[in-house]
Design a protein around this ligand. Structure first.
Ligand code: ATP
Ligand code: MG
Length: 452
């Protein structure tokens, strides 16, 4: 066992455990944090399991939040840094699961029974931070050594109780780079379709954890192989076997390209980039067309943008995420034209919020195929060039609506058109001063309405 990291949340966890013990209760680190400590990862958060009842936990600390009192879970906040917290859960035994997701009742019990209600053996370990002793009731230590995800108890029954565990198995296998034990994998494969009973939010949270961390493509392959993908993201399953023109994609079909792309993501990464990479070619299967000289996917960016909206809405991602990912998918082919774009068009595009994610998706898309990074370098050079004179990307217009009125133009939609045309001229570097702006507007007003 390596030393516990000396970080504030660890110190809080130690203090909470010492306090509970001082009051005569049993208290141990439990679950994911123990697993992570034993394999040398820094835990994201700490969970403590205790014999103290929820009321006793609340009474023992000045600042607590009851986050799931029915399940015996109390959040204990640090006295000074209130954003720092650990979760303290009373040892519990789950009653029958009736809805495929939650126990209908719980009863408070001992550590051994608490281990038995947990999902996988590697998640069912307890650790005494004072002695570094591990309490292992389910063979979790051996499975950590063997790098195996194994259900606690009978896999079919454990998946039957809570179908989210089906997806969690794939997620842990991916993120930890573990194998799934044979019996657990067989049950998972048999029951994968039942993951559909889980709420979209829970599925979304597991998927997010899977695809934003290293090992994402492994998790996605496991999802495909077990049938979880068909249940959760059939649009991704549809990529398998969709051939691409070999001169542009010698790496293989749309699925192979997408998995190579997932492997090229640098971590930590945002959920928007991860989803953008996963979905950038989701419009290819329905637009596949080999009726001409070569395979084409005309309009796959547009079709993919709509599909992305449907998929992410179904999975209840926040609107901001949906819009950003849709925009990544919609624009991923624009790079092909970047070097031929008018300067004003290029500048307007580079002003797009979060453009760096578009650029990163382009880099990944190229490297997952035979594409060169020429355009990527071109855009980076242009970005640097424009950044040196920020005014050139966002010029301040030297005239406004009042000036247009004075020039004799009646207010109306033509105002916006003219000012936008003027901005183009400035972005192109053809107009800089107020006099030049007025001259441009006079000339445009003299011409036909759509001449701008
Ligand atoms: P992560 O690093 O993603 O937080 P974790 O193992 O801590 O992984 P959590 O979802 O935070 O996962 O849950 C904490 C612990 O609670 C798990 O390690 C496991 O022991 C138990 N647990 C969580 N979800 C389930 C479930 N659906 N069924 C059974 N036990 C679960
Ligand atoms: Mg956790």
């Amino acid at each position: 066992m390596r030393e516990l990291p000396n970080i504030p949340v660890t110190r809080l966890a130690r203090r909470v455990i010492a306090r509970l013990r001082g009051l005569g209760h049993e208290a141990l680190l439990a679950g994911g944090c123990v697993r992570d400590l034993l394999i040398g990862r820094t835990p994201k958060d700490y969970d403590i399991a205790t014999s103290a009842l929820p009321d006793q936990v609340e009474a023992a600390f000045a600042h607590t939040v009851s986050v799931g009192k029915a399940f015996g879970v109390i959040r204990v906040l640090d006295d000074e840094l209130r954003e720092l917290a650990v979760e303290v859960a009373t040892f519990r035994h789950d009653g029958p699961y009736l809805d495929g997701r939650h126990p209908s009742s719980v009863s408070f019990t001992n550590a051994a029974q608490d281990a038995a209600r947990r999902d996988f053996t590697i998640n069912a370990l307890f650790l005494d931070p004072e002695t570094s002793e591990v309490h292992d009731f389910v063979g979790g230590l051996a499975d950590l050594d063997a790098r195996l995800i194994r259900a606690v108890g009978e896999p079919r029954q454990r998946f039957e109780e809570d179908k989210l565990r089906l997806l969690r198995a794939a997620r842990f296998a991916a993120t930890l780079n573990f194998e799934i034990d044979d019996a657990t994998l067989a049950a998972l494969t048999e029951m994968a379709a039942q993951v559909r009973v889980c709420s979209a939010e829970r599925v979304r949270d597991e998927l997010e954890k899977m695809i934003t961390q290293k090992g994402a493509s492994r998790g996605l392959r496991l999802m495909l192989q077990t049938g979880l993908m068909d249940a959760v993201l059939p649009e991704i399953s549809a990529m398998v076997g969709v051939q691409q023109p070999p001169q542009f994609h010698p790496e293989g079909d749309v699925w192979v390209h997408t998995m190579l792309a997932m492997d090229l993501i640098e971590h930590p990464c945002t959920i928007t980039l991860a989803l953008g990479v996963l979905l950038h070619d989701v419009g290819k299967p329905p637009t596949f067309d080999d009726s001409t000289d070569r395979i084409r996917f005309n309009g796959h960016d547009h079709v993919g943008t709509n599909m992305t909206g449907e998929i992410l809405t179904r999975l209840k991602f926040p609107n901001e995420v949906i819009e950003r990912v849709q925009s990544l998918v919609a624009d991923h082919l624009r790079f092909m034209n970047a070097e031929k774009m008018k300067t004003s068009t290029l500048k307007r595009w580079l002003r797009k919020p979060h453009f760096d994610e578009d650029l990163e998706l382009h880099r990944i898309d190229c490297l997952a195929g035979p594409g060169t990074l020429e355009t990527w370098h071109f855009v980076r050079r242009k970005q640097a060039e424009f950044a040196a004179q920020p005014e050139s990307l966002r010029p301040k217009l030297p005239i406004d609506g009042n000036d247009l009125k004075q020039l004799g133009l009646p207010p109306g939609p033509r105002f916006k058109e003219l000012l936008s045309a003027l901005e183009d001229e400035m972005l192109e570097g053809r107009v800089a001063t107020r006099d030049q702006a007025i001259a441009f507007v006079r000339q445009a007003m003299a011409g036909p309405a759509n001449a701008s």
